[in-house]
Write a protein that binds this ligand. Structure first.
Ligand code: GLP
Length: 260
């Protein structure tokens, strides 16, 4: 794990944007894994701007989102398909047919999960996966006590996540209880993972993910086993880390070719 600590959420987004920019530039057929939630919004704004300035292009890019609620139509204001269309895709040169979000309205949800896994495999696999983290350390919608080797599947949201996400709905009762999410095993196959976490409400999840034991109780902790994960946190989210000075030391002493 590589830990990058920045003062503000904006600086974290800028750092993440640099990684995405380099990835898009270097790869002929980039396959990006994308996340929703409030954390990546700053990053998406920067990417839209870079695309407008023609510093980057999404024309050849294929995307796969981590998850989707079950039972929301794609035009529902809280559907992740709607979020992606309005927060990123519509403002870029991406070809919409190259963007993938699980279909939470599919008649056969199990078949949809398998279709999604196959589509990821057929694309050549995810090269760069952007992740947020829930305050209970979920990634995608893989909640505490989930299998650490699961594939894309239908999962039940924890009551904590329903409470946290209720802020986007009129009431907690409106939050779907089910979702389709890439499994932890699916996420772990991405070649490079970036986790963005900002704000004090993520401080516990962040310290458990980075410095805690690997445990299903903290799904994000499995990333300690991932060959290439970059965790980008602001000072509020980094607050409880014990080894902060070591992370800064490592960042300052990287060799040229280890930079982005
Ligand atoms: C949701 C998403 C996650 C996201 C998390 C954190 O439940 N399924 O992919 O990382 O919430 O969201 P936020 O960035 O709004 O804190």
């Amino acid at each position: 794990m590589e830990i990058i600590i920045r003062k503000t959420a904006e600086e974290c987004a800028e750092f993440a944007a640099k990684i995405v920019e380099n990835y898009l530039r270097i790869n002929q057929r980039p396959v990006l894994g994308l996340a929703t939630g409030s954390t990546p919004l700053r990053l998406y704004k920067i990417l839209i701007q870079k695309n407008k300035e023609q510093a980057i292009s999404f024309k050849k890019c294929v995307t796969f989102n981590l998850d989707e609620y079950v039972g929301l139509t794609s035009d529902h204001a809280q559907a992740y398909r709607h979020y992606m269309d309005t927060e990123l895709f519509q403002h870029t040169d991406i070809q919409i047919e190259n963007t993938h979000v699980p279909d939470g309205m599919a008649e056969d949800l199990r078949q949809e999960c398998q279709r999604y896994e196959t589509a990821i495999r057929n694309s050549g696999g995810i090269g760069l996966q952007i992740l947020g983290i829930g305050s209970n350390a979920h990634i995608g919608f893989n909640e505490p006590m989930c299998s650490l080797s699961s594939r894309t599947w239908v999962k039940i949201l924890s009551r904590e996540t329903i409470r946290a996400n209720a802020r986007f709905f009129n009431s907690p009762e409106e939050v779907p209880k089910h979702c389709i999410t890439m499994g932890i095993g699916t996420i772990m196959e991405a070649k490079h993972c970036i986790v963005l976490a900002t704000g004090e409400s993520k401080a516990d999840a962040v310290v458990n993910m980075i410095e805690g034991p690997i445990s299903a109780n903290c799904p994000a902790s499995i990333l300690q086993m991932h060959p290439r994960t970059t965790i980008i946190v602001d000072e509020d989210a980094a607050k409880r880390l014990q080894n902060k000075s070591h992370y800064t030391w490592v960042e300052q002493n990287k060799l040229d070719w280890q930079q982005y």
